[in-house]
Write a protein that binds this ligand. Structure first.
Ligand code: PNS
Length: 171
């Protein structure tokens, strides 16, 4: 039997294209509850993200580089298999509004069906982030709107680098 790492490990999975301050808020709340929180970026060849998996990994690692207890990784395949490999007992997901609930509950119950020993915990971000999503950040930025304060500064800079300031970005 595999030995359990010291302390309680949680996995926070997602697409993170890109990481927003809403994600950062949930990660910080998770880091306060668990000994380690693993931010797990899904490698999904069927989606065409704005940022490559390497870029998303590198940005998230840079944001949390001096935050002990936060690790950033990628995964593919079933989330519960990844959680088991990481010896995580908890999956953390953010819940912004009731509209998120149905999808989150479906995923949580499917994951419980697949692995009864891994619990999903839904966490609410700060109220000021309840309207925030990666999709809207990309849309607002593409149309020339400001995303200052909605994403980490480093992510804002990478959006500008990638596209030229607010112009021509396809979302
Ligand atoms: O940020 P997202 O796109 O809402 O994250 C969705 C994610 C990555 C959590 C979800 O798609 C996932 O867990 N994918 C891995 C495949 C899997 O385990 N599917 C069955 C469980 S619902």
């Amino acid at each position: 039997m595999a030995t359990r790492p010291s302390g309680r490990v949680a996995v926070y999975p997602g697409t993170f294209d890109p990481l927003t301050n809403g994600h950062v808020d949930i990660i910080q709340r998770g880091a306060a509850l668990f000994d380690r929180i693993v931010v797990a970026i899904l490698i999904n060849p069927t989606k065409s993200p704005l940022f490559t998996i390497e870029e998303r990994l590198e940005m998230a690692r840079a944001v949390f580089k001096s935050r002990p207890g936060v690790e950033v990784d990628t995964f593919d395949g079933l989330l519960v298999d990844y959680a088991r490999r990481r010896q995580a007992s908890v999956i953390v997901r953010g819940l912004r509004a009731i509209s998120d609930f149905e999808y989150e509950m479906q995923m949580a119950l499917m994951n419980r069906h697949l692995s009864s020993t891994i619990e999903t915990i839904l966490m609410m971000p700060a109220e000021s982030y309840t309207y925030l999503s990666s999709r809207l950040v990309k849309e607002v930025f593409a149309l020339g709107g400001s995303v200052r304060g909605l994403v980490p500064d480093l992510v804002e800079a990478r959006l500008k680098e990638k596209t030229g300031v607010g112009s021509g970005l396809r979302v």
